[in-house]
Design a protein around this ligand. Structure first.
Ligand SMILES: [Zn+2]
Length: 331
């Protein structure tokens, strides 16, 4: 597992910390979801631990330190991430105080080898309040030769106090001309541009959209949404069908359809559309829809995102959205 082809420039910047001997004690790698931040963070960690890094600064993969990493037994490397819930067997949503306490116990001792010790925290926005506070105390008095690498795509969820104590490093969205050929090589029978637009330029997210039945489900769902607009499907029945779909994905589709309609409304040839394969129906909607009411509908979708995080009746939520959508189209 090496760097992705769009990460070389970022790698050189990280390398300059090493070359200039200013490796930060806490590095916060951020950027959009699906561009390989974790891979970059791992490579940086491995390189700091490696005994004989290669010319480009990457780890050698062969020294005793690299072998310990491969065996997942390196004493100076730790990854802190949400633990598995013993009941559901799924990862929890947060990193708890116990995990950070255990980490602090280890960090109070010196690194075992004479190179760096690296701790990765991912996603850093998963630190709950108590964990973040404990962590903050450490950041005020960090141990020697220890580098914390925090990874997040949701900077706004991280406490400002933590952000201010980290060196921020943003992995930029890669250039489309660089990713399209990369994607095309990996996708058989799927239009790379469609998935890349849907992922708004994030290549790994595009790969995810290209796998399983994402595109097919999106199309089915879009057709149903159009038929609700045409008063041909009943909102209550559709809401019931939608209960089977992953809710955040569904809400993302709804949001992005509305955003695309707005883009059509205000620009003749809009750029960065999410759904380039739905151009015709979306531009037709943009021509006839009442734009003020469309904003109200968009508001309802934004509020729904927050409400999905609470224990609500999801059938009722989809009904509310679909009824509002049907009414908006009845005028
Ligand atoms: Zn090595």
């Amino acid at each position: 597992m090496s760097l992705y082809p769009w990460q070389h420039e970022s790698w050189q910047q990280l390398q300059s910390y090493v070359v200039q001997k200013r490796v930060p004690q806490a590095l916060l790698i951020n950027g959009t979801l699906g561009i390989g931040k974790q891979r970059l963070a791992e490579q940086f960690a491995y390189a700091l631990l490696c005994e004989k890094p290669l010319l480009d600064g990457l780890s050698c993969g062969q020294c005793s330190s690299c072998l310990l990493i491969k065996a997942q037994t390196h004493p100076d490397f730790m990854v802190i991430e949400p633990e598995e819930d013993s009941k559901t067997k799924k990862p929890k949503t947060s990193i708890g105080i116990d995990q950070i306490r255990m980490l602090m116990g280890k960090l109070s001792l010196k690194p075992q080898f004479d190179r760096y010790r690296v701790i990765m925290i991912q996603p850093a926005d998963a630190l709950n309040n108590a964990a973040a506070n404990a962590f903050l105390k450490y950041l005020e008095e960090p141990t020697e030769r220890t580098v914390l690498v925090l990874v997040t795509h949701r900077m706004n969820k991280l406490p400002a106090t933590i952000k201010s104590r980290c060196q921020k490093f943003t992995l930029p969205l890669p250039d489309k001309s660089l990713i399209l050929p990369w994607l095309e090589k990996r996708l058989a029978g799927i239009n790379a541009e469609i998935v890349l637009n849907l992922a708004q330029g994030a290549p790994l997210l595009a790969m995810q959209y290209a796998s399983d039945s994402h595109l097919e489900q999106r199309r089915d769902c879009f057709n149903t949404w159009l038929s609700v607009a045409a008063q041909q499907s009943h909102p209550v029945i559709v809401a019931e069908q939608w209960l089977k779909l992953p809710e955040t994905t569904l809400l993302f589709w709804l949001n992005s359809w509305v955003i695309d309609i707005m883009r059509y409304r205000y620009q003749l040839a809009p750029k960065n559309l999410y759904h380039i394969d739905f151009k015709l129906p979306l531009s037709e909607l943009a021509q006839r829809i009442n734009v003020i009411k469309l904003y109200d509908f968009y508001d309802l979708l934004l509020k729904s995102r927050g409400r999905l995080e609470t224990p609500i009746n999801k059938q009722a939520l989809w009904e509310e959205i679909l009824i509002a959508w049907a009414l908006l189209n009845r005028e």
